[in-house]
Write a protein that binds this ligand. Structure first.
Ligand code: DGL
Length: 259
C-alpha cells in the first residue's frame, strides 16, 4: 500500500501517473484541503502537517510515501525522512530536476521557467539542484500563489480569472522561454491558460519521473490482487470528490480524515 498526500487535489495529477505506471499498486490518498493552500506556509508548519498525515497513512497500512506536493517536497523531505527512519519517502522536486536536466542536456535551445508556489521558490531547492549540474542554461523562476487556490475552487479550463493570473505571472516571458516546469502538482491542470499566455511550449510534469522513482523502490505487488484506491480529505469529502472526479475522469468518493 502506497500513501500519497498533497494539500488538496493537486496530488491527483501524480496519482494518475502512479496508476498508469504501477497499476497493481494500492493507493491511499490524503488531500489536506482543510489546511490548503500550503504554498505560502513555512517549513515548521509544513513539517508538522506532513508528520500528522504520514502517521495517519501508516495507521492505514502505507509502506511507502509519495509527497505529491512540491511545497512539502521542497522544505520537508529531509526532516520527514529523519522523523521516519526506514520509511521510503519519494518527493516531486528531485524528479522534476532530473527531467529538466535531461532536457537541458539534450537541447542547446532550452529556455526553461520553473513555476511553483512561493515557499517552493523561496526555498531555492530546485534552483540549487539544477545549477549544481547545469551551469550554462538560464533558469527563469516564477512564484504563482493564486494558481493552487484557483484549482481547489474548480477553475481549470478557459476561465477569465485564470487567464488573467497567467498573464500577470508570465506575459513578460513570452518569447523568452520555451519550456515550463510544473513545479506544483496543481499546475498540470492549468496548461490551457499557460499556453494561452506563453504560446506552444514544452510542459515538464514531474509526475512521470515521480512515478518512475516510486516504481524503483516499491516491491512488486502480489499478483492477481486488484489495486484498491482510497481517497481521504481533511476538508469536505463531497467537494473533494467533485473536483477529483473531474481530474481523474472517473467516479470517485472520498472519506473524511482527521489527524
Ligand atoms: N500542490 C502543492 C504543491 O505541489 C501545494 C499547493 C498549495 O497548496 O499551495 O506545491
Amino acid at each position: 500500500m502506497l500513501g500519497v498526500f498533497d494539500s488538496g487535489v493537486g496530488g491527483l495529477t501524480v496519482v494518475k501517473e502512479l496508476r498508469r505506471l504501477i497499476p497493481q499498486t494500492s493507493i491511499i490518498y490524503v488531500g489536506d484541503t482543510a489546511r490548503a493552500p500550503y504554498g505560502g506556509k513555512d517549513e515548521q508548519i509544513l513539517f508538522i502537517y506532513g508528520r500528522e498525515i504520514i502517521r495517519f497513512l501508516l495507521k492505514k497500512g502505507a509502506k511507502a510515501i509519495v509527497m505529491a506536493c512540491g511545497t512539502s517536497s521542497s522544505v520537508s523531505l529531509e526532516p520527514l525522512r529523519k522523523e521516519f527512519p526506514g520509511l521510503p519517502i519519494i518527493d516531486t522536486i528531485r524528479p522534476a530536476v532530473k527531467t529538466t536536466l535531461l532536457l537541458a542536456q539534450q537541447s542547446h535551445d532550452f529556455k526553461p521557467v520553473f513555476a511553483a508556489t512561493e515557499t517552493t521558490v523561496k526555498s531555492g531547492v530546485f534552483q540549487k539542484l539544477f545549477y549544481e549540474e547545469e551551469k550554462n542554461c538560464k533558469l527563469y523562476v516564477r512564484a504563482c500563489p493564486l494558481f493552487a487556490p484557483m484549482v481547489e475552487a474548480g477553475l481549470t479550463k478557459n476561465n477569465p480569472l485564470l487567464n488573467f493570473a497567467a498573464e500577470n505571472y508570465f506575459s513578460d516571458l513570452r518569447g523568452k522561454v520555451n519550456a515550463l516546469i510544473l513545479g506544483c502538482t496543481h499546475y498540470p491542470l492549468l496548461t490551457d491558460a499557460l499556453t494561452r499566455t506563453l504560446g506552444e511550449i514544452i510542459f515538464i510534469n514531474p509526475a512521470t519521473a515521480t512515478a518512475e522513482a516510486t516504481r524503483e523502490i516499491l516491491p512488486p505487488p502480489p499478483e492477481n490482487s486488484p489495486a484498491i484506491i482510497e481517497y481521504y480529505t481533511s476538508g469536505n469529502p463531497k467537494n473533494f470528490a467533485k473536483i477529483a472526479q473531474f481530474i481523474l475522469n472517473e467516479k470517485c468518493t472520498a472519506k473524511k480524515a482527521s489527524f
